[in-house]
Design a protein around this ligand. Structure first.
Ligand code: ADP
Ligand code: MG
Length: 334
């Protein structure tokens, strides 16, 4: 439905977005993960028609999305971008902020739709407050309600979780999941793109996950595939906790010979197990994580690994043994 082809955007000597192509489909969520400065916000502005591309193009249902230099009012009527800072009108209520998006509709429909959105986004109780009188989570939900009020074809979200505490992150995550997966509109649905520097929340609701590195989309795939088969150490780190160890230091685990001894092995903490007899290791630190513990162990001068366990009897300095399923690991470029 929304197609970007070889988008490139330069700022003076910075190539903020390089040759990015992607597709967003109705009723589907794509998440792009990238470090700060990797071009996430610039890409969203290009997709929304709020910045002019240096090359490449964006099409919505086959029709080209024009950049701000080509139109009187920048932006596209069916593409909504929720900015990181929400950009709500500060002096009017939550309700009025949402209703404003529906100002061209008849009052009876507007009232009906605003009530529906307030309920859906769990804002009914705070509808008469102005933005500075509500929490960050409520502000984010107001911005989302406003963005989807008139059922846009495309919803773009810039770091929707980054200003929120954990309970609110989960509320917003679940809300987005419900909105995109279940709120079909007259048989059509909204396509959604979330960009974030922290994959934790996006990983669980995205249908497709992309990794953005220095303006380039270096990998896309199902979240589970990108998580288990990142193409490089950056993609591995952007999608969750990972141990990276030089191949040459890891050969003692019985890996096959390799030409590239500086390549890295990426090992997720859950791929390492504590065993009764295995590779000897010393516990360096124990972190309580609620449902489990994170343990840092030292295997040799060069190899420190983090692993997960439910055991509560471990402490720093203790000798343990670990095992690693070496069949599931492979070297990647740094
Ligand atoms: P992200 O949202 O991933 O943090 P941005 O898209 O904001 O990344 O920025 C990508 C790159 O482009 C960065 O190097 C940033 O410094 C640069 N950049 C962004 N906006 C501008 C601008 N208006 N002028 C010059 N450089 C910019
Ligand atoms: Mg940004």
């Amino acid at each position: 439905m929304l197609t970007a082809t070889r988008l490139t955007k330069l700022y003076a000597d910075v190539r903020a977005v390089r040759n990015v192509s992607l597709n967003l489909e109705p009723g589907r969520i794509m998440a792009l993960v990238g470090a700060s400065g990797s071009g996430k916000s610039t890409l969203l502005n290009l997709l929304a028609g709020l910045a002019d591309a240096d090359s490449g193009e964006v099409r919505l249902n086959g029709e080209r999305v024009k950049g701000p230099s080509e139109v009187l009012v920048p932006g596209h009527e069916s593409i909504r971008l929720v900015h990181q800072e929400y950009q709500l009108m500060p002096n009017v209520s939550v309700r009025e902020n949402i209703a404003y998006a529906l100002r061209f509709f008849e009052k009876s429909y507007r009232d009906f739709r605003v009530n529906q959105l307030l309920k859906l986004c769990r804002l009914t109780d705070v509808q008469d407050r102005i933005p500075r009188q509500v929490s960050g989570g409520e502000k984010q939900r107001t911005a989302i309600a406003r963005a989807i009020a008139d059922k846009p074809a495309v919803l773009l979200l810039d770091e929707p979780f980054s200003h929120l505490d954990l309970p609110n992150r989960l509320i917003v995550r679940d809300l987005l999941f419900d909105l995109i997966r279940h709120e079909t509109i007259d048989g059509s649905a909204t396509a959604c793109l979330i960009v974030t520097h922290d994959a934790t929340d996006a990983l669980s609701i995205a249908d497709t996950l992309g990794i953005l590195c220095d303006g380039k989309l270096i990998q896309t795939g199902a979240p589970v595939d990108v998580y288990h088969r990142p193409i490089n150490a950056y993609a591995a780190r952007m999608t969750g906790p990972v141990n990276t160890v030089k191949y040459k230091h890891f050969q003692l685990f019985g890996l096959p010979e390799s030409d590239n001894l500086d390549a890295l092995i990426c090992l997720r903490p859950e791929q390492i197990k504590l065993t009764d007899s295995g590779i000897p290791a010393t516990i360096r630190a124990v972190y309580f994580k609620g449902s489990h513990y994170e343990i840092d162990v030292e295997v040799s001068r060069y190899i420190s690994l983090r692993l997960l366990t439910e055991r509560s009897d471990l402490q720093a300095g203790q000798q343990v043994a670990i095992s690693i399923a070496t069949s599931g690991i492979w070297p990647v470029k740094n």
